[in-house]
Design a protein around this ligand. Structure first.
Ligand code: G6P
Length: 367
């Protein structure tokens, strides 16, 4: 066979464990380790002149795009308009002449993403695509392709494509920051070094699979699960909830931690696990205080953080998953690993069809 499970029970497990290698491959398409600089493909956007970037995608690729918005803003000072493709394609987007539009897609065949791309082109935008399948429709119709070297992804629930999309998008945002003069050469070098560490950190995070499996057996008993995070980890909370519902059929919602008090806190009781994605970044204390509000209402908090982050959170956690310390803005690349493993093992505990979940397709080529 062209692809096999390589000793794993499911393609999804194989693809989760391939991440250190394929993230490194993807990074090698963009960064030069010797000079510690980024290089973008020929004909990429003229970031210095761009006044706005429109980003669009569906599903997991959309969450990768949402994370990139934080990167483009922080590193490049570039305003980003982002929406899911099925909305963007029908909106009256006030595109400006000479603008840029970036589409993110594993398959390159998602009908809504392709239609949003065509609409943006018709409205005079230059089109770029972060895409995994180079011979796909989206790759063919884009002016420039930003490659992601995830290799074939078979499991319907996207895993390695997500982290490779993140790796590619981070590189593009750093290059944009250099072009726009927001990052100097030293800042670029520091980010290149931080990115080059991510494959090793993902491998370390994956080594915790055994403990995550034990926690997942308890999550499998839940009817509803909440995921919360702030900043770059807010879209990762959305992705965590998506992954869990896709393959375990447990109802899950992702929320910005600061928004809990505006609704979802009403759902909290002793049966609702709340998964808190909180690396020790500038927002750590805010997120931990939201977690304490959940705990004060009898909620079961599962904290995902590094060793110090777990120690500082104090007593009363239901469970914790220790994750390696990583550059704060790159946390989603590494924290994706426990998020994916949690969904995977919850689904295997329930005995669902992990690689072929009911009602879902790998690539949605109809509207
Ligand atoms: C389907 C898949 C998802 C994927 C989404 C977008 O819903 O099940 O895993 O994220 O399509 O697919 P794309 O190929 O455009 O990234």
């Amino acid at each position: 066979a062209l692809v096999d499970k390589d000793g794993h029970r499911h393609f999804m497990a194989k693809e989760i464990h391939e991440q250190p290698e394929v993230i490194a491959h993807t990074l090698s398409r963009y960064l030069d380790p010797a000079s510690e600089t980024m290089r973008l493909p020929e004909g990429a956007f003229d970031f210095a002149r761009l006044d706005r970037l429109t980003v669009s995608a569906c599903g997991t690729a959309y969450y990768a795009g949402l994370i990139s918005k934080y990167w483009f803003e922080t590193w490049a000072g570039l305003p980003v308009e982002i929406d899911i493709a099925s909305e963007l394609r029908y909106r009256d987007v006030p595109y400006t002449e000479g603008g840029g539009a970036l589409f993110v897609s594993q398959s390159g065949e998602t009908a809504d993403t392709l239609a949003a791309l065509r609409e943006a082109r018709a409205r005079g935008q230059k089109i770029a695509a972060v895409v995994n399948v180079p011979e796909s429709s989206i790759a063919r119709e884009a002016d420039v392709i930003f490659p992601m070297a995830a290799g074939p992804e078979i499991g319907v629930a996207s895993t390695k494509a997500f982290t490779c999309q993140l790796a590619a998008l981070a590189c593009i945002a750093v290059a944009a920051g250099r072009a726009r003069g927001r990052l100097d050469a030293e800042a670029e070098r520091a980010l290149v070094r931080a990115l080059l560490e991510t494959p090793r950190l993902v491998a370390e995070a994956l080594a915790g699979a055994g403990e995550i499996e034990a926690i997942a057996r308890e999550i499998a008993e839940a009817r509803d699960v909440l995921y919360v995070g702030r900043g770059v980890n807010f879209p990762l909370a959305l992705e965590g909830a998506l992954k869990l519902k896709e393959i375990s059929y447990i109802h899950a919602e992702g929320y910005a931690a600061g928004e809990l008090k505006h609704g979802p806190i009403a759902l909290i009781d002793k049966d609702v696990p709340v998964i808190v994605v909180a690396p020790r970044d500038a927002l750590y204390e805010k997120t931990i205080s939201n977690m304490h509000e959940v705990m004060a209402r009898g909620g079961k908090a599962l904290l995902i953080s590094d060793r110090e982050g777990i120690a500082e959170a104090g007593d009363g956690l239901w469970r914790a998953i220790e994750t390696p310390t990583v550059h704060p803005l790159l946390a989603p690349v590494v924290y994706a690993a426990p998020i994916q493993l949690l969904a995977y093992y919850t689904a295997t505990a329930k005995g669902t069809d992990v690689d072929q979940p009911r009602n879902l397709a790998k690539s949605v080529t109809v509207e």
